[in-house]
Design a protein around this ligand. Structure first.
Ligand SMILES: [Zn+2]
Length: 223
């Protein structure tokens, strides 16, 4: 299973050019989901107007199928206030857009857990839209339309401060001991046993180290 830092590193490039409050909220989102045993990757962050135009052309004047109804300057991604995500397998090798997947086996779809965490952090979810549902999409628009953003209007300092207060409050979030122990049981104990069978002591040590990292992260004693 990937460590939290390995999971974060997969998304770090996508956080570039997001406005700082959204980048911070996104980083917290990755952490909070990890604490629930849900690994995510940010697949899209900021897009320039030129990149957006190229995406808009797809399925219209260029090959492929239509993926967006927004031209350059008409998507919140063009202003660094929107992100898209996907689910990751525990080893980080597979990416899923399956909204029903329950990788941490807690009877709650992982997708719904990510949406729950994102909303707590102040994001709005594209899956709540009535006309065109965009399930992987989150945005923090501060009540501004893309027309206002195109006109150069930006969130106020008071809005940013209020958003940061919500994000910081959520920072005290700690992984629950039962969630940590469930992950250890599901992924790390079998990995340790498989390494033992192969006589792979380095692998056994790594599984042991990761289990202790999860125990520490959930306020438990190392073993
Ligand atoms: Zn999006």
């Amino acid at each position: 299973m990937l460590t939290l830092n390995q999971v974060k590193n997969k998304s770090i490039a996508r956080l570039e050019n997001l406005i700082p409050v959204v980048a911070t909220a996104t980083e917290r989102l990755i952490e909070h989901c990890y604490a629930r045993g849900v690994l995510i990757v940010i697949t899209q962050g900021y897009r320039s107007a030129a990149e957006q135009d190229k995406l808009y052309a797809q399925g219209r004047t260029a090959a492929g199928s239509i993926v967006t109804n927004a031209r350059g300057g008409y998507s919140y991604h063009n202003f660094g206030v929107a992100i898209d995500f996907a689910l990751l397998s525990p080893d980080g090798k597979q990416v899923f857009w399956d909204t029903k997947r329950d990788g941490n086996v807690n009877q709650i779809a992982d997708w719904a857990e990510v949406v729950d965490e994102a909303k707590r952090l102040g994001f709005a979810w594209g899956g709540d839209w009535t006309s065109f549902k965009d399930y992987p999409h989150f945005e923090m628009t501060f009540g501004l339309s893309t027309a206002q953003l195109r006109a150069g209007i930006r969130p106020t300092a008071a809005q940013i401060t209020a958003a940061m207060a919500i994000i910081t409050k959520e920072e005290s979030y700690m992984m629950k001991a039962e969630d940590a122990n469930a992950l250890i049981k599901r992924y790390l104990q079998p990995a340790w046993a498989a390494c033992k069978q192969k006589g792979d002591t380095a692998g056994m040590q790594e599984a042991h180290r990761l289990a202790n990292e999860l125990r520490k992260a959930s306020g438990q004693k190392e073993q």
